[in-house]
Write a protein that binds this ligand. Structure first.
Ligand code: ASP
Length: 358
């Protein structure tokens, strides 16, 4: 009997020793299953701070350094989260927060002005592991719209909330709000005045004039992030003030799932920036994923096809940053420049602004 007890204890000891170190419990439709998390070494993150007519000759060395420093600060926040085993969703949100809090970018603090001299902000976020998504459009008092988008995704039965309803939801969920004057910056006000001046001089059709000028003079400046975490989950998010001089509660692509943001663990995570109307019509972010899913294209091939062929033929300008389920990163744009940065699992950092930085 004693021998049997010793033998059984030995078996139990062996069984315990065999246990993997990292065990997590996942609940699936009421049934609790145990699965082993085997953290992959592969993870990565890519960000953009807008695409447009960004030319070296129009940039001062100080400004260039300021942009690069902010891009690096932001991407390092997300990279550290991923490195420590955090989720891609958290990395995307926290990285975007840094860019939203900077007046350099057209999101949060640096949002551009509407025709009425107000600021209306849009944002969206998507979880590639569940295809769950959240977005807000036309909010005026939300300090970090990406946080509200995440809240919509996690704590509401909806995907997209707008205007005063979104603000009410923010209040209920204790999301930080600010006085609309928080979004005032001299730079953005000057841009609005310049656009209005040019339009009033033009005899041409007002709609065309509005867009023509905005595209030529605006650096866009929307911010976005796509990330793959160690658990193999992809996420993407985008935040913006929209386009200078926008009217009639215009909403761009940034809060539109499939246009401005898309993430699917089976394919990739994408964040867009550029002339929103075209990105909506071309369903840019989803189209890249769909080419991978249905046609077996690589992320690079898919992004190239959508940006350089489809979007360009339509007349749209802008770009995307994306990462696939294997950690491969792609940045594709058809403008003179795009503020961008990448970091991978080996801590390698790249920062680019102009086309030739590729
Ligand atoms: N896509 C944004 C919009 O149309 C603008 C931008 O990317 O800067 O609202």
């Amino acid at each position: 009997m004693k021998r049997i007890v010793i033998f059984l204890s030995f078996i139990v000891f062996l069984a315990c020793k065999e246990q993997p170190k990292e065990v997590t419990t996942t609940s699936i439709v009421g049934t609790t299953i145990e699965e082993t998390l085997s953290p992959k070494d592969n993870f990565g993150i890519v960000i953009h701070g807008g695409a447009g007519t960004i030319l070296k000759e129009n940039m001062t060395p100080e400004k260039e350094t300021a942009y690069k420093m902010k891009l690096e600060e932001a991407i390092r926040i997300g990279h550290t989260i991923l490195k420590n085993g955090g989720t891609s969703l958290e990395a995307v949100e926290k990285t975007i927060n840094v860019l939203e809090n900077s007046p350099l970018f057209n999101a949060g603090k640096g949002a551009v002005f509407t025709n009425q001299g107000t600021n209306e902000l849009d944002a969206s976020i998507m979880d590639g592991s569940t295809l769950n998504a959240g977005a807000v459009a036309g909010v005026k008092t939300i300090k970090n719209p990406i946080n509200l988008a995440r809240e919509v995704m996690l704590n509401s039965p909806h995907v997209l909330l707008s205007g005063s309803g979104a603000e009410l939801f923010a209040k209920e969920r204790n999301i930080e709000t600010v006085d609309p004057s928080y979004f005032f910056t001299e730079d953005r006000m000057r841009s609005l005045e310049k656009v209005k001046e040019t339009i009033s001089k033009k005899e041409a059709d007002k709609t065309t004039a509005f867009y023509d000028h905005t595209i030529k003079d605006s650096k866009f400046g929307t911010v976005g992030c796509a990330a793959l975490d160690k658990h193999g989950n992809l996420a993407a998010g985008t935040s913006t003030g929209g386009m200078t001089n926008k009217k009639w509660n215009r909403i761009g692509d940034s809060p539109i799932i499939g246009a401005g943001t898309y993430a699917n663990n089976a394919t990739c995570a994408v964040s867009s920036t550029g002339w929103g109307e075209y990105f909506i019509r071309a369903m840019v972010a989803y189209d890249i994923s769909a080419l991978m899913e249905y046609k077996g294209l690589s992320l690079k091939e898919a992004a190239k096809e959508v940006i350089q062929n489809k979007l360009t033929k339509l007349g749209g300008t802008g770009g995307i940053v994306a990462i696939d389920h294997n950690g491969a990163i792609t940045m594709e744009f058809n403008t003179a420049g795009m503020y961008r940065a990448t970091m991978n699992a080996t801590d390698e950092l790249t920062i680019g602004i102009y086309k030739k930085d590729e």
